[in-house]
Design a protein around this ligand. Sequence first.
Ligand code: CMC
Length: 440
Amino acid sequence: MQYQGGTAPSTATGQASLSLIDGRTGQSYSLSIQEGAIRAAELRNIKVSEDDFGLMSYDPAFANTAACRSAITYIDGDRSVLDYRGYPIEQIAEHATHLEVACLLLKGELPAAAQLQQFIAEVTAAGAPPDGVRKLFEAMNPLVHPMAMLMAGLAALGGEFPKSAQVENPEQRWSDILRLLAYTPILAGWAYRRRLGLPFVEPDPALSYAGNILRMLKGEAGKPYRPDPKLERALDVLLILHADHEQNCSTSTVRGVGSSRVDPYSAVAAGVAALYGPLHGGANQAVLEMLEEVGSVANVAAFVQSCKDGHRRLMGFGHRVYKSYDPRAAIITRLAEQVFEVTGQNPKIRIARELEKIALNDPYFIKRKLYPNVDFYSGCIYEAMGFDVKMFTVFFALGRMCGWLAHWDEMIRDPEQKIARPRQIYTGPARRDYVRLEQR
Ligand code: CMC
């Protein structure tokens, strides 16, 4: 179903149906089609006998299965469209701030000025994580990856706030949402500074969300910090571009884990774990490591060939949904220029541009519709801003937190949702008798 923008996808059912004949029995069936989908549960009525379990659909990696109805984000991967609550990402990235976007994703509408001020005040009032979590960071091995530290910190927060188990209570959900928005940048700052052996820096309520992230990573404890306005805005735009992307691996993980009615801290800790992987958010770190490995423009052609030969993947290329240019990548390319005006150019950008040029003109990539994704250039920006490559995926998590929380809240409120529990096709041995250890 292609949503052309303008109005929300219709919930009208119409009379559409799918007629099928089961070749095993000759029996015919009619399945209703709603919003471009059939209900997989209706397949269970298709049976060869009374005691048959009924038909299932087999869809590894959920390549063609809608697991929920959602009003948060719309993507048309063939037309490079990404809308948050109906607003095009290009307009949002140009005009909005990250907390404004968080409010939009969580509440459904753009906040009026007073509502935004109140939301910012509520996030600020959430304060800082409890001392126990701070001590956890102080005790962690500085060599531990900051995504692992973030995951541990978020999981520990769940234990610190036992009332967060009351996930059916909307007020409780909202206070945990505010805490997670306030605490995640603080945990990111602690992770960054723990790795460098530096004292932790407290947030400054006078700074913006992005300004505070820069302060807590780059500032000095107890001293005022004034972020460069262009870098502050660039980081804010990067957070916006990462804020949501409908049912990606980490968001569907947050929904799936949250569907057990565990507290939201545990659910988003699981989201961080999913994001950490190199095929998902970890790709921004992998891209920089790849550019390092390629080393120079002269080696690009041979590197692309090795990707085509199946020895490796061209990191930062390809997407499950986008089969044309990722609209976020287009915005990031322009953003990179603005950042380089302040920081000087990242020398790796020449290698990245050459990789993009060669790949976009190569039949292997053209045939498979592989284009640069959001992660292809973001790492070059973070590196130019002076951040360690291991922090890049943490920045992704900082942006995505509001999207995860909006989906978690939507999932809890959705009366159709239950504990997530896919089916399987069993391929193991048929039932057999246990053989005692001494007889094997
Ligand atoms: N380099 C080389 N070949 C690729 C790549 C790539 N980056 N991506 C896909 N292909 C090939 C793949 O080998 C397959 O070829 P064939 O049909 O000959 O077997 C074909 O394209 C289809 O690939 P797929 O694995 O079925 O595609 P998918 O939808 O399962 O995977 C993806 C999507 C993003 C995991 C994949 O494109 C990839 O691994 N990209 C590199 C990692 C990356 O940049 N990830 C960030 C994604 S965007 C941000 C985010 O979600 O976090």
